[in-house]
Design a protein. Sequence first.
Length: 154
Amino acid sequence: MKKKLKIRIGNLAQGWRPISVSNGESSIDIVASTVPTDPLIRLIEATERSCIQGIESEAWMHLEPHFYKWQFVPDSDSLTLSLYFVEQFDSITMPGNTEHKETLELSYQGSLGESLLSIWRALKEIASSEDHYEEALLPIQSTVNELKSLAARS
């Protein structure tokens, strides 16, 4: 059975953004903080770097005090997306402690085109109700249009 990447982004509520990710075999639910950075902007930037520019990228989503790390690894015409839960150890009781533990929770591998379209659909859906993301999506919009055009011709 071919894995299919599915991402659902929920509406922002009191500084928290629900995000569900599925690879067809397993799924995870994340409730990411918008402090100190907007997780969707980081996701858009990592998608552009990996799917369009071909550069390995990461997007971090804060859970306070822990994180989710989205790791994007492009390879010619494919993309591997790995989501890691990152447990940050207590730096309050242990000042200067930067240790952490990463646990792989979900992995997906697919074509760059399929991956980009899956991520773009989720981002576009939320951008339709929160229009301040429209401008952030512009760098990947032209590539998505090209992919749609190619798909229509085949």
